[in-house]
Every structure is written in structure tokens, then in C-alpha cells.
Design a protein around this ligand. Structure first.
Ligand code: NAD
Length: 299
């Protein structure tokens, strides 16, 4: 089949592209390359069609989407700290841009699998968190993702098949440096023989899921008969940031010690997915443990 991936030159989108190519699908990537990089696609770029395009430009997307069998919508601005400073820009790309994709999916009757985020939940009093739990995002980025979910419901009610995947902390090779997650930052520090800098006391926990497992969840969602759902995509295993830093130091074999710095604004304390619904509806579960996923950085 032939699929469109918006944000396909980015970290997660490029892994989805690779997974689809490996499954013998055709892929068209739509990306404005504001954050995406061609290097993310190296080794299989000749098997992919590229369209340098902005998701805010609805008309330019029409032909590509009408020619496809479905859309994996990943394009977004993704930095929590930056979203406090550039609220309007984040709203435009993440909400107006996403509505463009939903509008075209409606016009051309295509299924959409798109990137939501665990940030829609905000600080939670209960873990692991199920999909029906209260949504109280604590930063402008999370608010854009919750606005997208409201739009997804609206467009589903108009007949569009939409699955929103609430990714927890996705890690893997290809994550961009400026806006990278904690694992890439620790790896870069350890690689330079520097101590990993943990923000706060390091007791806050995250649910780390490998980008390869996330790519699989995307295709399973597209293939599933489910026409509307939001699904947690995590492992259901909590790891504190201190544990993560120590695990990475151990894997590196270097004599480093963790250092601490101030906790930034808008960081949630605990984040842990209940993954029952993804198992039930799309038959997905993670395959790669955190330790095995981290080994790819060091060996
Ligand atoms: N990485 C994570 O842990 C995580 C967690 C939850 C949700 N998400 C979501 O997953 C998706 C992918 O995230 P990522 O980590 O791969 O980020 P990324 O920045 O690596 O990829 C996003 C891609 O979108 C492109 N893009 C941005 N604005 C665009 C526009 N206006 N038009 C066309 N392309 C545009 C960028 O150039 C980039 O290639 C995002 O929607 C993000 O919000 C990521």
C-alpha cells in the first residue's frame, strides 16, 4: 500500500518510514525540514518519495493525500520549553496543521494514525494511567495535543477513521539534539566523558518506549479494524531519571557520577502508561526492553 507520513524526516516519522518500507509499503514523506533531517533516512532514502511541504499549506497536500491509502501524521513542534515562548506558533503547526490533515482525510476518505502524547494527561495522581483518565496538560505543547484530540473526535463524528497514539517517552537513534529527550542528552554527555545532568532530585519517573516499538504500533493501528481510539503507547514500566542515568553510566563502563541541576518548568512528576487497550485493540505490546534499547547507543 502507499502511505503518507507527515513529519517523516523527523525522529519518529523516519522510523515509521523504515518500518513501512521493510513491510513492502510505498512511502511519501511530507516534511518542511524545520526539524527533520535527511540523515534520519539514510540507507533507504532512494526507496522514499519526498515532498518538502508545510502542513499549514492545505492545498499543496491535496494530491498527495488523495493518492494515498492512509496518513501517518507525525509533523509537529515538540519542545515543551519552547512552547511557553512561542504559544501561537505551536498552536498553528500542532492544531491548525493537524486539522488540515483531518480535513483532507475526510475529503478523500483516508484513515489517519497520528501522534498524540502522554502530555495530554499532565500531572497524574494515579499510575499507571488509563486512557479515560482526566486530561490536564500543564504546558502549551500538551494543550495543543489535547486540542488535537478534540478535533479527532469531531472529525471521527463526521465519518473519519482516526487513531491517536499517546506516546510516552520515545527514545532511539535519530532523536534531534536541540529538542532531544533525556536519553539522547545523557548519551551525549557520557560520550564526552561528562557526568549526566539530572534535573531535580531524579526521583521523577518516566515510561521509556523504543522508537522501533512505536513504529510498529503505528502500522498495527493503520491495519486494525478500529476506527476511533486514543491509545497509550508505553511499556507500563516506570524508570526514575536517576535509575536511567545510572544504567547508562554502567553501560558506558566509564567512571562517572550523576550531577543534579534545577528542574525546568512544566515537567510532570510521574508518567506511566497502562497499555491494556493497545494490546486489546491493535494487538501491540513493546518488544524491546530499556536495557536492550540503550545498548544500541553504546555498542
Ligand atoms: N519523541 C517523543 O518522545 C514524543 C512523545 C510524545 C509525542 N510525540 C509526538 O510525535 C511526533 C513526532 O515527534 P518527533 O520526536 O519525531 O519530533 P521531530 O521534531 O523529530 O519530528 C517532527 C517533524 O515534523 C516536521 N515539521 C514540523 N513542523 C512542520 C510543518 N509545519 N510542516 C511539515 N513538517 C513539519 C519537522 O521538520 C520534523 O521532521 C510529534 O507529533 C510529537 O509531538 C513525540
Amino acid at each position: 500500500m502507499k502511505f503518507v507520513i507527515t513529519g517523516g524526516a523527523g525522529f519518529i516519522g523516519s522510523h515509521i518510514a523504515k518500518h513501512l518500507i521493510n513491510k513492502n509499503h510505498k512511502v511519501t514523506i511530507v516534511d518542511n525540514f524545520s526539524r527533520g533531517r535527511l540523515e534520519n533516512l539514510s540507507g533507504f532514502e532512494e526507496k522514499i518519495e519526498f515532498q518538502k511541504m508545510d502542513i499549514l499549506n492545505l492545498d499543496s497536500l491535496k494530491k498527495i493525500i488523495s493518492d494515498s491509502d492512509g496518513i501517518f501524521h507525525q509533523a509537529a513542534l515538540t519542545s515543551v520549553p519552547e512552547s511557553f515562548i512561542q504559544k501561537e506558533k505551536y498552536h498553528n503547526v500542532n492544531v491548525v496543521g493537524t486539522e488540515n490533515i483531518f480535513k483532507l482525510a475526510k475529503e478523500f476518505e483516508k484513515k489517519v494514525v497520528y501522534a498524540s502524547s502522554s502530555s495530554v494527561y499532565g500531572n497524574t495522581s494515579v499510575t499507571p494511567i488509563t486512557e479515560d483518565f482526566d486530561k490536564n496538560p500543564i504546558n502549551p505543547y500538551g494543550i495543543t495535543k489535547l486540542d488535537d484530540e478534540k478535533l479527532a473526535k469531531k472529525y471521527h463524528d463526521l465519518g473519519v477513521s482516526i487513531i491517536g497514539l499517546r506516546y510516552f517517552n520515545v527514545y532511539g537513534i535519530g532523536q534531534t539534539n536541540d529538542y532531544a529527550g533525556v536519553i539522547t542528552k545523557f548519551f551525549d554527555q557520557i560520550n564526552l566523558d561528562q557526568s549526566p545532568i539530572v534535573f531535580g532530585d531524579g526521583s521523577h519517573t518516566r515510561d521509556f518506549v523504543s522508537v522501533e516499538d512505536v513504529a510498529k504500533a503505528n502500522l498495527l493501528s493503520m491495519e486494525s479494524t478500529t476506527s476511533f481510539s486514543f491509545l497509550n503507547i508505553g511499556t507500563g514500566i516506570p524508570t526514575s531519571v536517576n535509575e536511567l542515568a545510572q544504567l547508562m553510566i554502567n553501560l558506558s563502563g566509564k567512571p562517572l557520577e550523576i550531577k543534579h541541576d534545577e528542574l525546568p518548568q512544566g515537567d510532570v512528576k510521574e508518567s506511566l502508561a497502562d497499555v491494556f487497550l493497545a494490546k486489546k485493540l491493535i494487538n501491540w505490546n513493546y518488544d524491546i526492553s530499556l536495557k536492550d534499547g540503550l545498548k544500541k547507543y553504546f555498542f
